[in-house]
Design a protein. Structure first.
Length: 242
């Protein structure tokens, strides 16, 4: 095989690897953001329950106040009851007191409802906080994994680029210039295998004479259609059974 062709095939493989690594490195911040979002969602869920608990507690304090107002009124009535002079006054007072007792009972019912709600919310908070804790552990693990991936990818990228520089130094300037020019206009893909008479990248059939020349792998031949540099990978001869 022509040495330039061999180096160019190698160069293309290294460029593909470098591109894949760069893309993976670029995706890491996005993956980290999605981890942040997952955690934020769980935190928000727990916070929402806490807010409902605060509202429940405020409502209970209000009921307590209402209750003590009525109870004060009730005890005042009880004192006044001793001092009433007439039966009519006594009956009116009794009526007021009965009314106040009803109010007390209504507030107590409301309080019981709120207390039950409070128990439910406490259980909900416990579940939400456990879920948050689990998510925090999962996210921390994922973060460590991403950091390790980034370090590995970064290291591999540096190794690949060093190898690329070594390959470039062995190429003839013309071959390198041709490769760079095609790669620039073809999303980094300057090389194309020719197989079964076709350019495997653009799928255009080569002229039979051109395909024969490509099969020899002894010169740089570009695809008539996509301009990529063509090379041929010999089909391995099937092993003869011994
Ligand atoms: Zn082509």
């Amino acid at each position: 095989m022509h040495p330039d062709l061999q180096h160019l095939i190698h160069l293309q493989a290294l460029d593909n690897t470098a591109e894949r690594l760069r893309r993976r490195i670029e995706e890491i911040p996005l993956a980290q953001q999605s981890l942040d979002a997952r955690l934020a969602q769980r935190t928000a869920s727990a916070d929402a329950v806490k807010q409902r608990i605060a509202a429940n507690q405020a409502a209970r304090r209000d009921i307590d106040k209402d209750l003590s107002v009525v109870q004060t009124r009730l005890s005042k009535f009880k004192n006044q009851l001793m001092e009433v002079k007439t039966n009519k006054e006594y009956q009116a007072m009794q009526k007021e007191m009965a009314h106040a007792e009803e109010e007390v009972s209504a507030h107590e019912t409301r309080m019981l409802e709120r207390m039950e709600e409070g128990d439910g919310l406490a259980a909900e908070l416990k579940t939400a906080e456990a879920a948050l804790k689990t998510e925090q552990a999962v996210v921390a693990g994922e973060r460590t994994k991403l950091e390790a991936e980034r370090a590995t990818d970064q290291h591999q990228l540096e190794t690949t680029l060093a190898e690329r520089a070594r390959v470039v130094s062995q190429l003839s300037p013309d071959a390198l210039a041709t490769f760079q020019r095609i790669a620039h206009g073809r999303k980094g893909l300057a090389m194309a295998e020719a197989r079964d008479g076709l350019c495997v990248v653009c799928h255009v059939r080569l002229r039979p004479q051109a395909f024969n020349e490509v099969r020899r792998n002894d010169q740089l031949i570009q695809c008539d259609s996509c301009s990529r540099i063509l090379y041929y990978v010999p089909v391995p001869t099937p092993a003869t059974p011994s």
